[in-house]
Design a protein around this ligand. Structure first.
Ligand SMILES: *[C@@H]1O[C@H](CO)[C@@H](O)[C@H](O)[C@H]1NC(C)=O
Ligand SMILES: *[C@@H]1O[C@H](CO)[C@@H](O)[C@H](O)[C@H]1NC(C)=O
Length: 990
């Protein structure tokens, strides 16, 4: 149900809009009309032609009996048939009229009988919207010499288009587009492997081969098409063209008005010859960047990495908009959406508005590219513009004041840019605007009534800016705006402290997002009543809204509710009866979980973490059978966990950490087949780790730390069927040895066994933990798999802007922590094989022997703690090779000799990290080594401490990429959450 997510929703709208502009109203009538006009219903049918029609009918499958009325002698009166004065059939129109859900059962299928050849005067043949289920287009169509109109679109023909069609020299109109419609499950595609036949269609005005597989023959195609002297419309949507010819010797297509090359993954830049198509009114070179390309990362600052975009993943037209396009004065629609175009747009726009002062451009789609620069004020000269879509680029600066001249503007999308200036008041003149998308920029200034004054038609408003510098709405408290919105999405826009009147009067809202809006009010109950019956998404997160939710209210349509980080109080609300996602974390909700919660049967995510909920966890929780993610973390639940977990068969994440739970871990948790993350840490759970967990073969993260668990470390954890990435068992009462079987955990990245009573030696086979061994090829493979998921998910995450930067900081977090146990023996040399390890902590044990000389191989080490052991011998000089080392401690051992110098070690000047080793000498200690001692004591500031925030983010992203490979949506929400929280706490500090 991710269609309830705001951005997806909006982008869907854009897509529909652009598609609508370009495809609606193909000028079918213009091309076909002449035929219809000369028909005579009163004429009498020629016998041989009636027979031909009956044979034709016989070949057809006609489940709904549409042709059952083809009876009687005068075929000129049969439905779909038209004759000329002499009784010759001139028109056969069997287009299926109702492309609805039921049309699959009423469409014609079967065979196309060659008896049609007996219709010697046939000039119009329409078999569109039928279902021939993969039938080849008959070759004999090429012999219907009088044909002027042929429409086979969306009737599931497939295979090679017979080149015989090239004999139809009278044809004006040819439509072969096989559209994917929702009712077709199998996609039938036509194909043409040699396009020479096209040049025979010398009378063609309208040609549509949409969805035909042309296998990269872009150049060949245009060489043939260039022979068609009267062509007016060329529709080649989704034809796998890939390339356009760089040049055409002479451009013949001077009548061409519509050129639709959308979704062809074209990789050439825009060739100059396009500027010679002097009759062009519509040029569509867009790609559906939401569905096809995934999400092309915007590379606004980092110019170098632009070339790094993997051509397998990201394709599209590169380069600038040629200025010469600006001489196409007839242009009404220019759609370049979803490409890789760069540079500024003012060259083109200045030329267009200068050369064509009377232009009538109605739609300009430049979204989803890498365009940059300030928006030129010449935009204001596109007087008839209705749609301006320039979202998801790298534009900066302010919206030019001249925007107020676009009095016909209906849709303005500047979202997802780097706009760091102001929104002009002239925006308030745009009385026809219905959609304003301004979110994900760095806006400055204030929004006043003037900005919104005359926007009588406004239905969709979205606006956001940086959290650190919110936009302030400065409007008079009683202002009643002229619009009634369907969707209001404000992030980091201060409208509070009270919910203002201008929002309270919005009674038609379906989507409400007032995130971090500075509202410090009690629940605005009247407004809730106004919107409750139709609202589908309600996000009031990151405010200080107080009080209880109106419990009497029902929100029957509400799918997503996000109230996190507020001061809502009272019991867990149950008024969102059909909700799919409920985010209630970080509020003041209290009391026990009501038993009625079991009625929330649609719920997939419930997060009530960080509240004040009490009591036992009721078994009613297990009746929410759709649950995918349940977080009850950081509340005050006590007592035993219920036993009923096996009812939650869809659950992937269960987090009940940081409560006061006691008793044993229920073995029924082991029946959750798709469980991936289980956290029960920070409770008082006792007993052993249930062996039933070995059935959770998807379990990747198990965190049971800070409990009272006892017994040995289970051997089954090392079974081949497990896939643990993270094992958190610290601070329990576990004893025995670390099983050698665990060395098989080939996906393990974090092993935390600290603060237990583990004894024996560290198995040297730990050095075989393969995911902790740096190998460039592995890493690259994992990255690329992950990236593709990641970028798709970002599309849903972009509500907050700076998300892209996260993908770059993504790296593995690799930790082994065995500290504070009673381990003995030597540090196994094998452990130095773990070249990808970031943290190694074995402090507080009874380890003896030397620090392995090969320690310098572990070059990703950031944290190394050997303190409080019985290690002896020197500190190996190879330590100085650890360039990332930022925390190092060997205190309280029996180490001897000179402290190694060089590189990162130089920055670790805190003497305490060496103390308790009386025989160590050299800098930074005061005790000089026997022999030389060089250099002065220049104080070097300590390098920053372990950045726990960054690590947390990385960890979560890392987990998401893998754990949620499939259920990406949940991951997205989860990531968004964490990211938001991280960002928010940062802001609080600032
Ligand atoms: C395409 O078809 C034409 C005419 O049938 C033929 O002359 C030409 O060689 C073909 N081209 C290729 C590449 O097969
Ligand atoms: C232009 O069209 C004419 C007639 O259709 C054709 O003979 C000529 O080769 C075409 N020119 C080019 C460059 O294709």
């Amino acid at each position: 149900m991710h269609s309830t997510l705001p951005l997806h929703y909006s982008y869907h709208l854009i897509k529909i809009f652009l598609v609508a502009i370009v495809f609606v109203a193909p000028k079918m009538n213009i091309f076909g009309l002449s035929v219809a006009q000369e028909s005579f219903t009163n004429s009498t049918c020629v016998d041989i032609e009636r027979e031909a029609l009956l044979s034709f009918k016989q070949g057809l499958r006609d489940p709904s009996g549409r042709l059952s009325f083809w009876t009687g002698t005068n075929c000129c009166q049969w439905s779909g048939i038209k004759c000329n004065m002499l009784g010759n059939v001139i028109k056969v129109d069997l287009r299926s009229r109702s492309p609805s859900a039921t049309y699959r059962s009423s469409c014609l299928g079967g065979e196309v009988n060659s008896s049609l050849l007996n219709l010697k005067h046939l000039s119009y043949l329409d078999l569109s919207l039928n279902c021939f289920e993969g039938l080849r287009i008959p070759e004999f169509f090429g012999e219907l010499k009088n044909l002027r109109y042929l429409n086979l679109s969306s009737s599931s023909f497939s295979g090679e288009i017979p080149p015989h069609l090239g004999n139809l020299s009278s044809l004006h109109y040819l439509d072969l587009e096989m559209k994917d419609d929702d009712t077709t499950t199998i996609t039938f595609r036509l194909l043409s492997s040699n396009l020479t036949w096209l040049s025979g269609l010398i009378s063609i005005k309208y040609l549509n081969m949409g969805n035909t597989n042309l296998g990269g023959q872009g150049p060949e195609l245009f060489r043939s098409v260039n022979m068609l002297p009267v062509l007016e419309e060329l529709h080649l949507h989704s034809c796998d063209l890939y390339y356009l010819p760089r040049s055409l010797s002479t451009v013949n297509m001077t009548l061409l008005s519509v050129l639709d090359l959308s979704d062809n993954q074209i990789q050439s830049s825009i060739p100059n010859w396009i500027s010679n198509l002097t009759s062009l009114t519509e040029l569509d070179l867009s790609n559906d960047y939401f569905n096809l390309n995934g999400n092309i990362p915007r590379e606004c600052e980092d110019k170098a990495s632009k070339e790094d975009l993997d051509p397998q993943l990201y394709y599209g037209i590169a380069g600038w908009i040629p200025e010469s396009l600006g001489s196409l004065c007839g242009l009404k629609v220019l759609n370049l959406t979803g490409n890789l175009m760069t540079g500024e747009i003012d060259g083109f726009l200045d030329k267009f508005t200068t050369v064509c002062p009377n232009n009538s451009l109605v739609a300009l789609g430049l979204g989803g590219n890498q365009f940059s620069g300030e928006l030129p004020s010449s935009l204001g000269k596109l007087k008839y513009l209705k749609q301006l879509h320039i979202g998801q680029n790298c534009f900066w600066g302010s919206i030019p004041r001249t925007i107020g001249n676009l009095l016909f503007l209906q849709e303005l999308d500047v979202s997802l840019n780097e706009m760091n200036g102001t929104i002009p008041k002239s925006l308030g003149k745009l009385s026809r605007v219905t959609d304003l998308k301004l979110e994900n920029n760095h806006w400055q200034g204030v929004i006043t009534e003037d900005h919104l004054m005359n926007l009588e038609k406004l239905q969709y408003l979205s606006l956001s800016t940086d959290r650190a510098r919110p936009l302030v709405f400065n409007v008079t408290p009683q202002w009643n705006p002229p619009f009634r919105l369907l969707s209001l999405e404000l992030y980091n826009c201060i409208v509070g402290p009270k919910l203002p009147e201008w929002i309270r009067v919005q009674s038609k809202l379906n989507v409400v997002i007032l995130q971090n809006a500075g509202i410090e009010d009690t629940v605005p109950e009247d407004w809730f009543f106004n919107i409750s019956s139709q609202v589908t998404l309600l996000d009031l997160s990151y405010n200080m809204i107080m009080g209880k939710l109106p419990l009497k209210l029902k929100f029957p349509e509400l799918g997503t509710i996000d109230l996190r980080n507020n001061r809502f109080e009272g019991p867990v609300p149950l008024c969102f009866t059909n909700a799919t996602y409920m985010f209630l974390q970080q509020n003041l909700f209290s009391g026990p979980i009501p038993n009625d919660i079991s009625e929330l049967t649609e719920l997939r995510i419930l997060d009530v973490s960080k509240n004040y909920l009490t009591g036992m966890i009721p078994s009613a929780v297990c009746e929410m059978a759709s649950l995918d993610i349940l977080s009850l973390r950081e509340n005050q639940f006590h007592g035993q966990l219920p036993q009923c977990w096996n009812d939650l068969q869809r659950i992937t994440v269960l987090d009940i950490a940081s409560n006061n739970l006691s008793g044993e871990i229920p073995s029924s948790l082991g029946l959750l087949q798709v469980l991936r993350i289980l956290s029960l840490s920070n409770n008082s759970l006792s007993g052993q780790i249930p062996s039933s967990f070995q059935n959770c073969t998807d379990l990747k993260i198990l965190d049971l730390g800070n409990n009272k668990l006892s017994g040995n470390l289970p051997l089954w954890i090392g079974n081949d069927s497990t896939q643990f990435w993270i094992l958190g068992l610290k601070s329990n009462k576990l004893n025995g040895t670390i099983p050698r079987q665990w060395c098989n955990l080939s996906d393990l990245h974090i092993l935390d066994l600290a603060e237990n009573s583990l004894s024996g030696s560290i198995p040297s086979c730990l050095g075989d933990l393969s995911s902790l061994i740096y190998s460039k090829t592995d890493l690259n493979n994992k990255y690329s798999v992950e990236d593709s998921y990641y970028f798709q998910e970002q599309m849903l995450m972009v509500t907050k802007g700076r998300v892209m930067e996260f993908s770059k900081t993504l790296k593995f977090v690799n930790i082994i922590n065995l500290s504070s146990n009673i381990l003995t023996g030597e540090i196994p040399h094998g452990i130095t094989n773990l070249t990808a390890l970031g943290t190694l902590n074995i402090s507080g044990n009874y380890l003896t022997g030397n620090i392995p000389n090969e320690i310098g191989n572990m070059r990703w080490l950031e944290t190394l703690d050997f303190s409080i052991n019985k290690l002896s011998g020197p500190i190996p000089q190879s330590l100085s090779l650890l360039e990332s080392l930022s925390y190092f401690n060997v205190s309280y051992n029996n180490l001897v000799g000179r402290i190694p110098q060089g590189n990162q070690l130089q920055t670790l000047t805190d003497v305490s990290i060496y103390e308790g080793n009386p025989s160590l000498c050299g800098k930074p200690l005061l005790s000089k080594c026997p022999g030389s001692d060089i250099g002065s004591d220049v104080p070097i500031s300590q390098s920053p401490d372990y950045d726990s925030e960054t690590e947390l983010e990385n960890l979560l992203f890392y987990c998401c990429g893998f754990v949620f490979g499939i259920s990406g949506v949940w991951c997205t929400l989860w990531k968004k959450d964490t990211w938001r929280e991280a960002y928010f706490s940062f802001f609080n500090l600032a």
